[in-house]
Design a protein around this ligand. Structure first.
Ligand SMILES: Cc1cc2nc3c(=O)[nH]c(=O)nc-3n(C[C@H](O)[C@H](O)[C@H](O)COP(=O)(O)O)c2cc1C
Length: 210
C-alpha cells in the first residue's frame, strides 16, 4: 500500500466487526512498525495497555462516555505518555544513554549536560512535562494508526474519557498522562462509513505573525 493510500484511506471508524479478531502477531507488527516514530533524544516516552478481554473493555467503556466501539473492537489500547521519561534513573533513560554511548553519539562525560538539557527542556514545569510526554506519544499514536491502515486494520482514536477514572480503574501510575484510547479492528461491513471529513487547506494552515 502506498503511503498516499494510507494517509487518505485512514479513517476513525465508528463500528468494528466484533467477530473479526486481530491476531497477536499482527498487533505486534503494527506496534513495532509504529515504534519507528521519532522522539526527542530518542527517549520514546510511550507505553500501551492492551485490552482484549470483554470485561476489561467494558470496564474502560464505562469511563469513556460509554462509547460502544471501546468494547466492540477486538483490541482497545490505552495509550500512555510517560511524563517522567526524561528523568535520570528512569530505566529507559538509562538504556537510552547506554545506547547513545555504545553508538558513539555521546560520551560518558556528556551525561551531566544530557541530564541538564532534559531537565530544562522537558522537566522545567508540569506543563513542559505534559507537553514532552504527549507530543512524542502523539507521533507514536499517529504512527500506530498509519501502521494499522497499512496492515489492513482500522482504528478509532478517542479522548472522550475520564482520565482520572481510567487511571484509577487500571491502576495507572501518576507519572503517565493518558493522551488517548485507540480501538483497533476491522470496520463492520454492514455499516456505512461517514463521508470523509473536511480538512484545512494549505492556505489555512500557513500563518505568519509579522
Ligand atoms: C485525539 C483524538 C481524540 C478523538 N476522540 C474521539 C472520541 O472520543 N469520540 C469520537 O467519536 N471520535 C473521536 N475522535 C475522532 C475524530 O472525530 C476524527 O478523527 C475526526 O473527525 C476526523 O475524522 P477521520 O479520522 O475519519 O478523518 C478523536 C480523534 C483524535 C485524533
Amino acid at each position: 500500500m502506498e503511503f498516499k493510500d494510507v494517509a487518505y484511506g485512514r479513517r476513525a471508524v465508528n463500528f468494528f466487526d466484533p467477530g473479526k479478531d486481530v491476531p497477536e502477531d499482527l498487533l505486534r507488527e503494527m506496534v513495532e512498525m509504529a515504534a519507528q516514530a521519532p522522539s526527542g533524544f530518542n527517549l520514546q516516552p510511550w507505553s500501551l495497555i492492551v485490552l482484549r478481554d470483554k470485561n476489561d473493555k467494558n470496564r474502560l467503556q464505562q469511563h469513556a462516555w460509554n462509547q460502544p466501539k471501546v468494547s466492540e473492537a477486538p483490541v482497545t489500547l490505552i495509550v500512555l505518555a510517560d511524563m517522567a521519561g526524561w528523568k535520570p534513573g528512569h530505566p529507559f533513560v538509562e538504556k537510552n544513554f547506554t545506547e547513545l554511548v555504545k553508538a558513539g553519539t555521546m560520551g560518558e562525560a556528556q551525561r551531566d549536560w544530557f541530564d541538564g538539557v532534559c531537565q530544562s527542556l522537558y522537566g522545567a514545569s508540569k506543563s513542559r512535562q505534559v507537553a514532552y510526554a504527549c507530543k512524542n506519544t502523539g507521533f507514536f499514536a499517529m504512527a500506530l494508526m498509519f501502521a494499522a491502515k497499512s496492515l489492513g486494520l482500522d482504528t478509532h482514536p478517542m479522548d472522550g474519557f475520564d482520565l482520572e477514572k481510567v487511571r484509577h480503574e487500571f491502576r495507572i501510575p501518576d507519572h503517565y498522562w493518558i493522551p488517548l484510547l485507540l480501538s483497533v479492528g476491522y470496520f463492520r461491513s454492514d455499516k456505512t462509513l461517514a463521508p470523509p471529513k473536511w480538512r484545512k487547506t494549505y492556505e489555512e494552515i500557513i500563518v505568519s505573525f509579522e
